[in-house]
Design a protein around this ligand. Structure first.
Ligand code: AMP
Ligand code: ZN
Length: 665
């Protein structure tokens, strides 16, 4: 085999699939198949280091951390956008345009989603990415080239296309799901949460270690043009179409309208359905299409005259704080929570808002009875932005840090002076037990259906349940004593608990809520050790030698496993019949090479159970339908994946047919 040719071939194939995935949104292969290609290329390059070129897909995860960022000048200034908040203001803008152009001159408009991300400037020279920078003050911004190079959605080379110097601007952003995952990870590591996806993205882009940036799945859409030779493009639409064909992702919702009515209709529609996207948008950008008209209209100090942003009404509301409560988390951290007069905000009713920590109360100067402004950013827990007016302040504005745990009365401490969090010191604290149980039973952990907050609260309150092993002692009779429980519900919960005994070790480990052990670390540990017994015997060095396990995780796991209480807990769980085993990754390979996508609710099993079934037989589960999908399993109330399956003629299975396929392979 000609190695050089094979390496080139693999690179080409990988670039093709990046394009299918990021630009066309039509993946042709599964993530697994992609990873395999990637690993093959990596292996070949390792053997032949001379063949490694900087534009190889493997070189995206750059080497050394950077030492602070240099500032670079943009070749053309990066402008901000003027904002409008009403459709009338958009019409006024259109009238102003008319006055600057010829009488009755036709104007076409391009409308684009205004993505709530971070704007970056990319320089392509001879079709290769040579630099990437943040906007900064518009004239110059931080040089974040090494971080930008880790973003798979940004091509290092054009497929073909312009060979001149081109500055292309666009938005780097994060999906809602990845944003939530990033925050979950921070919560587990007890780091402060990101307020919104934009902050999370900015945080990633400004990280000094490109390896860390590469871990965040950052996305990108090109939306604006910087420096470029005259005549390269004739319009915004032309620009978007061309760069798309060269390999840059552009947003697929973009539309061209011959007049303002279509534009306004587009704004109205997206305002309604902004929450259906899996990334955040905060408005619509309206641009004059023809570049020659753009040039004649010109720019002001701060923004182009030929474009304008229509900003959606903020998802804000005002209401009164009834009380400031303190909630106790599963590690004992005390979090102040505002109980509110219920109010509607961005389409949902809100009755609680987080105050993050006790410093925040002081910073906001908030007090019970105050009228406050609330804000809801996507799926984030609503937060208090500021105090609008003071309530009758009879109560002293004392610190809200309780002297003792509101749940168990135990002492409250700050572990380290520099920490902002206060904790309850009692590991048997009922509130902590309750949080731990909810986590243990949650979907991503042991997935015990019917064991949500309300049920757990009652179980913990009555003192039936003090740790997770206690739930396996409960009988149907115990459940019948709970509020609103009848025969069937009690039976279901009982069965759900019994079934959870067979859950893989990875889910169990995650469910234990060991500090720093998220789903991923749990899976790594489970796959490495296979059984709980073997994991319990692991030395600290052995834990540290696992590639994906860092010092914090290793120390936390080791410490947890070697506590007296842990040994006792595991012993009890073993007696109760828990397996605590990780099935070999491909216990059976009946479904090897088959890719499943699920949509809608299944009646006889939960989604995670169905996914485990497929995976345990060597099959794969992905989240979007493509031509490569083998089956789309359709439950009750399916979503758009069903339509896509029909469109692409992918075989569709109902629940019964799915069971057959899984059983027969
Ligand atoms: P603002 O930050 O409110 O001044 O809005 C201007 C910013 O909107 C730009 O700097 C871009 O980062 C961002 N933006 C998001 N989507 C687009 C788009 N389709 N076209 C232009 N700018 C956009
Ligand atoms: Zn307590």
């Amino acid at each position: 085999m000609d190695v050089k040719k094979e390496i080139e071939r693999l690179r080409k194939v990988i670039r093709h699939h990046d394009y299918q995935y990021y630009v066309l949104d039509q993946p042709e292969i599964s993530d697994k198949e992609y990873d395999d290609l990637f690993k093959r290329l990596q292996a070949l390059e390792e053997k032949h280091p001379d063949e490694v070129t900087p534009d190889s897909p493997t070189q995206r995860v750059g080497g050394e951390p950077v030492k602070g960022f240099k500032t670079v000048r943009h070749h053309r200034k990066m402008y901000s956008l003027d904002n409008t908040y009403t459709f009338d203001e958009i019409r006024e803008w259109r009238d102003r345009l008319g006055k600057s152009l010829e009488e009755n001159e036709k104007v076409e408009f391009v409308v684009e989603l205004k993505i709530d991300g971070v704007s970056v400037n990319l320089m392509y020279e001879n079709g290769s990415l040579s630099a990437g920078a943040l906007r900064g003050d518009g004239e110059a911004g931080e040089d974040v080239t090494s971080n930008i190079r880790t973003i798979r959605a940004i091509p290092l080379n054009f497929f073909d296309g312009s060979r001149s110097r081109l500055e292309i601007r666009g938005e780097v952003f994060m999906s809602r799901g990845d944003f939530l995952a990033a925050n979950k990870e921070r919560l587990e590591n007890e780091e402060p949460l990101f307020a919104n996806p934009r902050n999370a993205t900015a945080g990633a882009l400004k990280t000094l270690d490109p390896k860390i940036v590469a871990k965040r799945r950052l996305l990108f859409y090109a939306h604006s043009l910087g420096e470029c030779p005259a005549g390269e493009f004739v319009s915004q639409k032309d620009f978007l179409d061309k760069v798309k064909s060269w390999g840059l992702p552009v947003n697929l919702q973009t539309r061209l309208y011959p007049d303002l009515e279509g534009v306004i209709d587009f704004c109205r529609r997206w305002q309604e359905k902004r929450n259906t996207l899996d990334y955040e948008i905060d408005g619509i950008v309206i641009k004059v299409n023809a570049l020659d008209q753009q040039k004649r209209l010109g720019v002001t100090q701060k923004s182009p005259r030929w474009a304008i942003a229509y900003k959606f009404p903020a998802q804000q509301a005002t209401t009164k704080i009834r009380r400031i409560d303190v909630s106790v988390g599963r590690t004992g951290v005390l979090t102040p929570v505002a109980e509110l007069d219920p109010v509607s905000c961005g389409g949902v009713t809100i009755s609680h808002a987080t105050l993050h920590n006790f410093d925040e109360i002081g910073r906001l100067g908030v007090h019970e009875g105050d009228k406050v402004l609330l804000e809801r950013a996507g799926d984030v827990i609503p937060k208090v932005v500021k105090v609008l007016s003071r309530g009758p302040t009879e109560k002293k504005r004392a610190s809200y840090v309780p002297g003792q745990c509101p749940s168990c009365g135990a002492g409250v401490v700050k572990e380290k002076e520099e920490e902002v969090a206060y904790r309850c010191v009692n590991p048997l604290c009922p509130a902590q037990v309750e949080r731990r149980l909810v986590h243990f039973a949650s979907r991503a952990a042991m997935d015990i259906e019917g064991m949500g907050e309300a049920v757990v609260q009652q179980l913990a309150r009555d003192g039936h349940v003090k740790d997770v092993s206690d739930i396996y002692r409960l009988t149907k009779g115990d459940f019948l004593k709970l509020e609103l429980f009848r025969e069937k519900k009690a039976q279901n919960l009982y069965q759900g608990i019994q079934r959870s005994k067979q859950r893989p070790l990875s889910r169990f480990l995650f469910g234990l809520g060991i500090r720093h052990v998220g789903e991923k670390a749990a899976l790594t540990l489970a796959q490495k050790f296979g059984t709980m017994d073997r994991l319990m015997q692991a030395s600290l060095d052995e834990l540290l030698s696992i590639h994906e396990v860092g010092e914090a995780i290793a120390a936390s796991v080791y410490g947890f496993l070697h506590r007296k209480e842990t040994a006792a807990l595991i012993e009890k769980l073993k007696k109760a019949g828990l397996e605590m085993k990780e099935p070999p990754r491909h216990a059976s390979s009946k479904l090897a090479g088959k890719i499943f996508v699920f949509t809608g609710e299944l009646a006889g099993m939960t989604r995670p159970e169905a996914e485990d079934l497929v995976k345990s037989r060597g099959g794969e589960v992905t989240s979007s339908v493509s031509k490569k999908t083998s089956f789309v399993v359709v439950g009750d109330r399916p979503g758009s994946k069903y339509d896509k399956a029909v469109k692409l003629k992918v075989p569709v299975l109902d629940e019964e047919a799915f069971r057959k396929v899984v059983q027969e392979g």
